[in-house]
Design a protein around this ligand. Structure first.
Ligand SMILES: CC(=O)SCCNC(=O)CCNC(=O)[C@H](O)C(C)(C)COP(=O)(O)OP(=O)(O)OC[C@H]1O[C@@H](n2cnc3c(N)ncnc32)[C@H](O)[C@@H]1OP(=O)(O)O
Length: 181
């Protein structure tokens, strides 16, 4: 079967939204949960655009809240597919907030979502291959390879790790916990 390939740039998508007082938390900053909901929407749009299929969120791999977002700031989210497997894609999203009076822009969030493409019967389906057109695309792809293998290692570790062993329990002494078993 001939596999199609598409550029990273063909997956590019961006959304901008003015932050309203209705989305604030108790301290008057924009609620993290609201940002997460926008991130999920743009990850969905980016993955669907690239794959040409309906997509679901398989995992939210990293969400780094770097700076708080204020009411009245214009938030822009830029997403692109950084990595493809067979049916999965890792979408990287950069979030910036602009003070529209001063034009000052701050980087507020970087996130990575794993999305899976589905066919009309709801089965995971093959996505196009990725054309890496510049060294930035290559860097991001390598970072994702590392991220995927670390996740696999972590899952394997969870499967084989004996948390009940004397050695494991002893090792907890160096943490800020007290065992009262
Ligand atoms: C847009 C939205 O918000 S959708 C709502 C929220 N999301 C959902 O409801 C999704 C619910 N979950 C599911 O439908 C399923 O568990 C799926 C699609 C995520 C995975 O289904 P599975 O039957 O396990 O599929 P399968 O084993 O074939 O894996 C499919 C791909 O997903 C990847 N995958 C599965 N689970 C994960 C995970 N937790 N993290 C990262 N990748 C994953 C697999 O590695 C595989 O990748 P590949 O095809 O590129 O090799």
């Amino acid at each position: 079967m001939n596999r199609t390939f598409k550029t990273v740039a063909s997956s590019d998508i961006s959304i901008s939204e003015l932050m309203l007082p209705s989305n604030t938390n108790f301290s008057g900053k924009i609620h993290g949960g609201y940002i997460l909901s926008l991130l999920d929407q743009i990850a969905f749009a980016c993955a669907s655009k690239f794959s040409g299929n309906y997509c679901v969120t398989a995992s939210v791999d990293t969400v780094n809240f770097l700076k708080p977002i204020e009411v009245g700031e214009l938030v822009t989210m830029k997403a692109s597919v950084n990595f493809v497997g067979n049916s999965s894609m890792i979408v990287g999203i950069r979030v910036e907030a602009e003070n529209i009076q001063t034009g000052k822009i701050k980087h507020c969030n970087s996130s990575y979502f794993t999305m899976v493409a589905k066919d009309s019967e709801g089965k995971s389906t093959l996505v196009p291959g990725l054309i890496l057109s510049n060294m930035n695309d290559v860097r991001r792809y390598f970072n994702c390879i590392k991220q995927v293998s670390l996740k696999k290692e972590q899952n394997m570790h969870e499967e084989v790790f004996d948390y009940t062993s004397e050695e494991s329990l002893e090792s907890l002494k160096k943490y800020n916990v007290k065992l009262e078993l």
